[in-house]
Ligand binder design. Sequence first.
Ligand code: T1G
Length: 679
Amino acid sequence: MTDPISSHRDGEVLVVVSNNPPVNALGQAVRAGLKREVEAGLADDSVKAIVIRCDGRTFFAGADITEFGKAPQGPSLPETLDAMEASDKPVVAAIHGTALGGGCEVALACHYRVAVPSAKLGLPEVKLGLIPGAAGTQRMPRLVGAEAALPLVVGGDPISAKKAQSIGLLDAIVGEDSLEADAVAFARSKIGQSVPRASEGTRNQDGVRDPDIFDKFRASQARKIRGFDAPNAAIEAVKAAGELPYAEGVKKERELFGKLMSGTQSAAMRHYFFAERAANKIDDVPADTPLIPIKRVGIIGAGTMGGGIGMNFLTAGIPVTILEMQQEALDRGAKTIRKNYENTAKRGRMTEDAVEKAMGLLKPTLDYSELADCDLVIEAVYENMDVKKQVFAKLDEVVKQGAILASNTSYLDIDEIATATKRPGYVVGMHFFSPANVMKLLEIVRGRETRHDVLATVMKLAKTIGKVAAVSGVCPGFIGNRMLSPRQQQANALIMEGANYWDIDDVLLEFGFPMGPFQMGDLAGVDIGWHRDPNRIETLRDALCAAGRWGQKVGKGFYDYDEARNRTPSDETRQIIADFAAKEGKPQREISKDEIRERLLYPMVDEGAKILDEKMAQRASDIDVVWINGYGWPLYTGGPMFWADTIGLKTVVEGLEKHGLPVSDYLRRKADAGERFNA
Ligand code: T1G
């Protein structure tokens, strides 16, 4: 393997260069090379300054995550960084792309940091269930202040070069195409001057003067960091930067880092990091499959889903032609899209110009022929097979050959829909989740005849519109909804046996879901699909609807709601459930939260096992990606399949048997063999 680190001289300045594609991860060879070149430069009297930069698309994007969980190999990053910072020769970090995690810590250990305008800097370790482990939590607050450091270390989102300069993280922004030359000139201008060291900075005194900033910040992030260990550890580490001398602060950081690294949350979140990247690979579709250019998108239906789907493309700068049957529905759809954009602008997350630019790309129409030139048409009409087939037959007639015809169906048979066309190879499912302009997940449903270039194109497009996509085969409910239904069945069965519906919601909230099934029912509307005849009581929902308990929108459903939409369990609902169970002859009993959790989650895992056995998902981690991005499965457990691996498949099998629930052959085989779903 070629050495990823090289160096060359520019007069008295030594330029150390890393070339470790794809993202200059700070793996063992990079660390060893950095140590070698920096030590040589520091020891060479003819070297008056050092510049560190990277080739390829980015400055160091952090430690090599693939090394985590393995036996550590020297040299460690901190020893090289400490030697570098201790030097009296100016060391300058020359940054392009994304200086993240350990990469940002390399920059922090340099005396100066310069970057191109398009660069980003950040400490995303919390997104891996960790905190910075090479003194980032100690150098950053000393350099930029505790208040400015908190969102960086606790939130983990990168900031722009402009923002980084404004908080004092960057010393200069240089030419986009002249990084090395400008960095060398900058370094040369600092020769002979005393060098600033971030570890000696005092800007963290803001946290000493006003220690409340830490609790205030924690409170402001409460909803976002609920259940996660790393953000709280990050706050503690930044706080320690104000309370402890540097060396002790670094020791504290290392303790916190070590604890997180050996914890289950970081293992789960590192699993998710690679799962998300694996999901966009389709095993039998070559990476160099030619893509179909998507210059214009058509949407059938301007309702909530159609409008939301359209916004994804408008926001990405792709023109959209949206079709409706009635002018009034069309106007309403276009108005809702504009209102959604204006609300986003009001919240400062979009400029007025961007709103007008996006709306300028929208072409409403009542005429199918205006879709003729679209490269992709996504149908988002009423969930009825006959209606879908009529739409696809019409699209097959009017849309140019070679265009992709996609359905947003959430459970109907894509192969059946494709029979309405003469181009089944160009038919695919693109299942968005409501609200479609917000939810990250896109289930790409692969039909029996869907072509490779169609799959590769929609997978790439998913990234373009900011979605996380996973491929599902054609089966009822695809991956997500298929696994949701056994959970819903158990939730309904449990309340018929005496479980309190609020206990069921609480079990999922405590597990880390944002909402339980009965809260979700109230939010969506208990009366969805109700026959509107209060005298016909065949299901519990009929009984609730007959009592006018239609959900949050009327202030009562399973729960009662106050003006602020706070929920309280309802005695009337409890009585309706008890009466319905009695009518059904269901004996009542006390049911523990453990039983509730096992009966809600284990059948989902078993359904996931069946999906894998039937090859309706390419890999277990795709199922994890679907549930984390589409159904609120808590990221810090890694998704249903990784969680099952963590607790042990044997435990899942024993739990299912204990509750008299079926166990699929695939799950039993894996459990008996002591195997995991995720390799
Ligand atoms: N280690 C190993 N592989 C990595 C990697 C990393 N840090 N970052 C990316 N890759 C791989 C990735 O799996 C993919 O592989 C390919 O590179 C391209 O990535 C001591 C402890 C840099 C913004 O968390 O956020 O430093 O799928 O598809 O969309 O304190 O990658 O092609 O085989 O994501 O252009 C902190 C993680 C580590 C940054 C580029 N750093 N990376 O995004 O490409 S912890 C991070 C990213 C740490 C220190 C601590 C993104 C990116 P493959 P990609 P992209």
